[in-house]
Write a protein that binds this ligand. Structure first.
Ligand SMILES: [Zn+2]
Length: 286
């Protein structure tokens, strides 16, 4: 008898496992998750995990010989009436199908999961005693346990907001955008709320959670200013990609353990911002 190498899983088996870990019913109503395209019977020898399925990450998958991309953001979120190759997304669809690469999306259903996207973000910052920032609503499909959007936890040691901003910049993947903080730089932070991705709809919850600071992506002038003026937690604004990239390691480790196949993680920064210039001079009118 000879030892035989176990057959690689088929796309449908990996899809089923991901669906069990991130049930599609846990996604927000507006979201579009699950398999997007690909032959369910094709063998999966290699998987690439990405935040965004864009031409650059697709080429990464092609070069690596991956047969499945697991992406966080949906490729096709809004109604589509054409995937003609003279459209941006149509070209991506064609490239994937021609290269025999399947695509699977786990988005807000991975956000609410336990462990979920914000757990990986919290782990990068050494947060402990984690609880959801916005627990999944009672009666909703994701309700129960520690499931919900964002996480609130304690820093291993309290630090000032200024120190926390540079700590976060060092712990998160580097981007041109870096980390901005809003509030008193000397404010001491012990309890930190975090949310992978755009988080300005949960400013009120961060205040209610008793956080000293709230870290997320895509914060804007008016909501941030009004939140601070109302005495809310200090804010840290990080690059959207950097806030969700830590999750890729977690889901990749889980996929490796489940199937024993090669699982790669894309480090291609898909954040749109590529330059961050800072000047210390102020406008003066004498
Ligand atoms: Zn996102």
């Amino acid at each position: 008898m000879t030892d035989s190498v176990p057959a690689p899983p088929a796309v449908r088996e990996v899809v089923a496992a991901l669906d069990r870990r991130y049930p599609r019913s846990w996604a927000e109503q507006w979201d579009r998750v699950g398999p997007v395209l690909g032959d369910f019977d094709a063998p999966v020898e290699k998987i690439l995990c990405v935040v965004d399925c864009v031409p650059e990450t697709v080429e990464e998958a092609v070069a690596a010989g991956a047969s499945l991309i697991v992406a966080h953001h949906p490729l096709l979120l809004k109604g589509v009436s054409s995937v003609a190759p003279d459209t941006y997304k149509g070209r991506i669809v064609h490239r994937l199908i021609k290269a025999d690469i399947a695509l699977y999306v786990a988005h807000t259903n991975a956000d609410v999961a336990d462990p979920g996207v914000s757990d990986a973000l919290a782990a990068r910052l050494d947060l402990v005693k984690l609880r959801p920032l916005v627990p999944a609503a009672p009666g909703s499909p994701a309700a129960g346990g520690r499931r919900g959007i964002g996480r609130v936890g304690e820093l291993a040691a309290p630090m000032t907001l200024a120190d926390l901003a540079s700590f976060a910049a060092h712990r998160l993947p580097g981007t041109a955008a870096g980390v901005r903080a809003a509030g008193d730089p000397d404010r001491l932070v012990r309890t930190l709320a975090v949310c992978g991705g755009a988080g300005d709809s949960f400013l009120r919850e961060a205040t209610a959670a008793g956080a000293d600071a709230y870290l997320c992506a895509d914060l804007r002038h008016h909501p941030a200013s009004e939140h601070l003026a109302a005495g809310g937690p200090a804010l840290l604004d990080v690059a959207h990609w950097a806030s969700e990239r830590p999750w890729l390691d977690e889901v990749a480790g889980w996929l490796r353990a489940q199937f024993g196949v090669a699982v790669l993680v894309s480090d291609l920064d898909t954040d749109p911002w590529t330059v961050h210039a800072v000047s210390s001079s102020k406008e003066t009118h004498l």
